[in-house]
Design a protein. Structure first.
Lengths: 465, 465
């Protein structure tokens, strides 16, 4: 067969032709196999390809093939060896979004309750998470506030944890989807980040490398979402579902609100604290939205895993698992298996030791009608909880506590946010950012719904009558 | 003012916004000013920009600004110092296209005949030419078959030759339009060569760096043209005329046929020989199309320079200058001024010494109705006269002689082409290429017209009646 040259792949995409599977695989292979001495493909060629994809888009098959080629560009989890139902959840990122810390134990509890004939949990969750960047938080940063907790497991170590605990919470390694690392670094400085096609290939290649039977996607919409409009979030959800299903992974996406921080706390240790409280039976009113979203997402996962006839029944089961303390037991097991010190959970509030605290109060009475949730996320970052650039250090104790939710009736002088930082000087700018973004109006405005839409691969077709 | 970052220029072009003059200038400046240590803009960013321009195009103003920014990215000829009418011709490249070797002397003769009050020729032609590449020939390769002829003059040396001879035939230097060298090298391997916008900026920036009052463009159409369709050649002509006029250079483009080799010979020394023959009064029947095209192009130039009331009168004047021997006198002057040995022109045929010759004869009688002129160009290249890659060596003596033109009545066994090479082994493949591309049919087909269309900046508008 004729050897495929990267330049031909660029030309075909540039001219709007559909790339063949062979062309896409050869291009990704060249990216991964090149060495400084043997430049099978140059950075400039990859950049030209990325811009052509940005402007031309990809057909469903091209996108599925690109995702598969990236998925298999490095190490894959090989969870098939466990011979059980493998499922995960992925969120496009938000503020105070800590559902992973609850969902992994809930599904693990369900998996541990019904082992396979071989003695493996009936459901496993091989969750690979990311770090905070920009206005969004990162699950790994939260987990690493637990002393001893090791997120840097190999896939072999992860499989051992899964066998024992049914869930594992780990980080990306350089061996997982190396093609994405190379592409992402180039996209970042060539203006090709915000392509729904390239985002889909990036996210889905990493998720599918876990070897999943099913995947539930939490695609954020609203002022704190990564995608700028509802339509673009929906396109991203559609593409991810289509791509997941094409690879044989049952995939469902929920478009959910990110118009205000989710739950009570946004930060690192404070988010672990909030989850531990919930799993131990405390239901703080500010955590209500977090618990609801967690149960809906877990409900879909339990449904896809065959533990509930409908997602709604799944959500009820999820809530039971949370309430009964089973999720907390699974959580302690996972943390211990990954080297974490579980004694810290005995009194989580005692371990929240910011050196500087300030409370932002309402300047007038009325209704809290809106905020720019992205600005709130940036305020949390500036307090020290997040990072502006990859590699920056984050504070365990920085963050915010929400005292009111959108739609709430507010009295003048009532606390709206408490800010935490490790240095008094870090409070001023975030306080101003938060103050500027809050809108208190005399008339109430409707709260945005928590779930906007559920996206599955096959939309119902109109019947012929 | 806010500093302009290359990434923003990429994003704006990607998103279909119109780039400001400042943005375009800053981007080109960053390309030229960067050093290995200070990567103001990376190759990947330039590649992404080029692909975005390829797919989005450029507005007339963006194109004019880009061309100007590139033009002034290095040394410019500063022919304004001569205080005379400066004019040039540019061809998009063809097979056997040697009009430059005739047009420069014709215009020089006209310029020398009417000096300015300061004693400078009334017209000067600061012609910067290129080398053979792929299926097209290069003026520099032809000139360098003249012993001693130096094409590597500085702009200062060129101005001295212009003062004395009214024309100068030189090559590109690294100091002229350095931005184009960088962009072109990247375009070549990122699939962004065939953009009419980028081609226009590349050609026009180099031509306008000569400091021209007027420019006549010979844009080839047909099977031997660089652009694949008539429409694309016309788009290129339109863009080049628009861009030339925007910079204050009177610009006209002629769409001319490149369906068969122009004139009698295609190669290097053989083309010089053909021109010397013409300038010394020999009118070989196979040179008829070459002489006609030369006179039409020179006619436009003489018209634009104010020496003829119409292009048609200009063409008549050009033919007189050719006939009278004035062009030949100017030619000898130019060659001598650039160090060339003019004694070689006394018997040019004697200096044509290929070691291998073969004649291709007609396999049947009929009419020569078509050939793939690009294939003919590649055959000339394979004989040794051209180069597949920049930097390859070319043979002075390789080439072909045409014995028939499209539309001619052919008798079986009559010679069609004579092939010249410096090695017998080099004849076989080109002979087959030529044989395969020639079509002899029983019925005649009309010859394509030599000139298809003349493009000026302002198309006539319908009158209001």
């Amino acid at each position: 067969m004729k050897r495929i040259h990267p330049i031909d792949v660029i030309l075909h995409k540039r001219d709007g032709l559909t790339l063949t599977d062979q062309e896409i695989r050869a291009f990704i292979r060249a990216i991964v196999d090149r060495t400084p001495k043997k430049q099978l493909v140059t950075d400039s060629q990859i950049a030209a390809f990325l811009m052509a994809v940005f402007l031309r888009g990809l057909s469903p098959r091209e996108l599925a093939t690109l995702t598969e080629a990236m998925r298999f560009s490095g190490e894959v989890a090989y969870t098939e060896a466990l011979n059980t139902f493998t499922i995960d959840k992925h969120s496009t990122g938000g503020v105070g979004d800590k559902t992973s810390l609850l969902i992994a134990p809930i599904l693990a509890a369900a998996g541990l309750a019904h082992p396979t004939p071989e003695g493996v949990p009936g459901i496993v969750v091989p969750m690979i998470s990311g770090r905070s960047l920009g206005h969004t938080g990162g699950t790994l940063d939260k987990l690493e506030t637990i002393p001893g907790f090791n997120t840097q497991l190999s896939f072999a170590e992860m499989r051992d944890v899964l066998k024992q605990c049914a869930a594992s919470l780990i980080g990306q390694t350089p061996h997982i989807v190396p093609a994405d690392r190379i592409l992402y670094a180039l996209r970042d400085h060539t203006g090709t980040v915000e392509s729904a096609y390239l985002i889909t290939a990036s996210i889905m290649s990493k998720k599918l490398a876990e070897g999943l039977n099913a995947l539930v996607l939490d695609v954020k919409v609203g002022s704190g979402a990564f995608m700028p409009t509802y339509e673009k979030s929906k396109l991203l959800a559609d593409l991810m579902v289509e791509t997941g299903e094409a690879s044989g992974t049952r995939t469902v996406a929920l478009l959910t609100s990110m118009d205000e921080p989710l739950g009570r706390f946004s930060g690192n240790w404070v988010e672990v604290w909030e989850c531990v409280d919930i799993m131990r039976g405390t239901r703080h009113p500010m955590s209500r939205d977090l618990i609801e979203l967690t149960n809906i997402l877990s409900g879909w996962m339990l449904h896809l895993a065959g533990r509930a006839c409908t997602p709604e029944e799944g959500a009820k089961l999820s809530d039971q698992i949370l309430h009964s303390g089973e999720a907390y037991k699974a959580w302690l097991k996972i943390v211990a298996a990954q080297g974490g010190d579980t004694t810290i959970f005995a009194d989580p509030a005692a371990h929240h030791i910011p050196t500087a605290t300030r409370t932002l109060t309402a300047p007038r009475s009325g209704f809290l009608t809106s905020m720019d949730c992205k600005q709130v996320g940036w305020a949390v970052q500036r307090l020290g909880a997040g990072r502006a650039n990859p590699g920056d250090l984050v504070s365990a104790h920085a963050g915010i506590e929400s005292h009111a939710k959108l739609g709430d009736r507010i009295e003048e002088g009532q606390p709206l946010f408490t800010l935490f930082a490790e240095d008094e000087a870090l409070l001023d700018e975030p306080e101003k950012m938060l103050r500027d973004t809050l809108r208190i109006r005399s008339k109430p405005a409707p709260r945005p719904p928590l779930i906007h839409e559920v996206i599955t691969a096959n939309e119902p077709k109109p019947a012929i009558r």
